[in-house]
Design a binder for this molecule. Structure first.
Ligand SMILES: [Zn+2]
Length: 405
């Protein structure tokens, strides 16, 4: 099958390259359209002659990219054939690489996850062995999924730490590489590869599939072990000049003088994060407070997930700590609300499981710092994406790059 040339020969000249460009336009039009279309409609929208449009559509049918889906009823009794995109014609691969977990999803054009795999035993390290593990995990998963590789458009990879999406360079992991990480993976998989940080891929997921779908101005907070933010302004993800926009956790909104991994003191993430929750909980227990968790777990084995879960069972100490954290997060968010006037703030990451406990405390914190007018116009939402959200967001970046969504 030669059809994947349509997406490979983007720079070419001549008739074949022009026709591939026109085919990409047809695919993009049908991918974005919610309804089926006739050939005259397709030709009108992308300014093709009927004979050329018919020829290209027939070639795309032969390549199983387009399917005919019944006939349109018209007033005069003629029933032209309707065309739509075959959802199984194109896929993207989304990968999420976190410190203690790696996940992969293969996504079709309708955002269905046709294959999903996760390895919780994975440990991310800045060495060649860890990179080889990632590469092997991706290759093995694609093979296991049994999808024709020519139908995979590319890979979107979300990696924890700082990443420059424009250059594809990662700044916290795989520093030994002589080339950008995206280029390394592009060679390894013979596909186009986009690398961004893990918070941004969740931002994409919320924008494409989640609570930020209906708006052009949103903040997506990723509160898990760390704290990050994706900023969507006028429908666009704000990356900044080198991809580092959204380092919310390193803003000097914190109250503690604890040294952050960035080398500074006073970072919000040292007060508001899974890490901070664990530290505060341990401190309180050492000061003599009690919790149902101390009967169930050794203090050094305790993870912030356990504290979130204990809060849902009514554990007073866990509830108080999450409330205080939510309040502090809200005060910090109020400042961003004053700066950007968002319509929606999506609270995502593992803390979303604290539900109303988190939302209510964030809201009461925000009231302290947000001005009344922008405060009135912003709604606070809990993310409704499941654990596959990250890989779906990563896969969506690939489709977006090809203008398919
Ligand atoms: Zn910091």
């Amino acid at each position: 099958m030669e059809w994947d040339k349509i997406f490979k020969e983007i720079e070419g000249k001549g008739t074949a390259a022009r026709q591939n460009a026109q085919k990409r336009e047809i695919i993009s039009l049908l991918a974005k359209s919610s309804a089926e279309m006739t050939i005259p409609e397709i030709c009108r929208r992308i300014q093709l002659s009927i004979p050329t449009g018919t020829k290209l559509v027939n070639e795309l049918i032969a390549d199983q990219v387009i399917t005919t889906t019944g006939k349109k009823e018209t007033g005069n009794g003629r029933k032209p054939i309707m065309y739509s995109l075959n959802p199984h014609s194109l896929y993207s691969v989304g990968v999420e690489i976190l410190m203690r977990r790696i996940s992969i999803g293969i996504i079709d054009l309708k955002f269905n996850t046709v294959f999903y795999r996760r390895d919780k035993n994975f440990r991310l390290q800045d060495n060649e062995e860890s990179l080889a593990t990632v590469e092997h995990f991706i290759k093995e998963s694609i093979e296991e999924a049994g999808i024709e590789t020519s139908r995979i458009l590319g890979l979107g990879i979300g990696l924890t730490g700082r990443v420059n999406i424009q250059t594809g360079i990662a700044y916290n992991y795989f520093l030994f590489l002589q080339e950008p990480l995206s280029q390394y993976f592009a060679k390894a998989f013979s596909k186009r590869v986009i690398v961004d940080n893990d918070t941004h891929i969740w931002g994409h997921a919320e924008q494409m599939l989640g609570r930020a779908r209906e708006t052009s101005n949103a903040l997506v907070v990723n509160l898990g072990r760390g704290l990050g933010m994706s900023i969507i302004v006028n429908g666009q993800m704000v990356n900044g000049v080198s991809g580092f926009a959204g380092e919310f956790g390193h803003m000097q909104f914190g109250g503690s003088d604890k040294l952050c991994i960035c080398g500074k003191r006073g970072c919000l993430g040292m007060d508001v994060s899974g890490y901070a929750l664990e530290e505060k909980f341990k401190m309180k227990i050492e000061e003599g407070e009690t919790s149902i968790l101390t009967r169930e777990l050794e203090l050094d084995q305790l993870r912030y997930d356990d504290i979130l879960e204990a809060a849902s069972r009514g554990d007073a100490l866990s509830i108080t700590l999450i409330q205080q954290m939510g309040n502090q997060l809200g005060k910090a968010l109020g400042n961003i609300v004053n700066l950007l006037n968002p319509e929606v703030i999506v609270l995502g990451g593992k803390f979303a499981r604290a539900e109303s406990l988190l939302v209510d405390s964030v809201r009461s914190g925000m009231i302290h710092s947000a001005l009344p007018n922008p405060m009135k116009n912003v709604t606070l939402e809990l993310s409704n994406l499941d654990e596959k959200g990250g890989v779906r967001g990563a896969g969506a970046m690939v489709f977006k790059q090809y203008s398919l969504i």
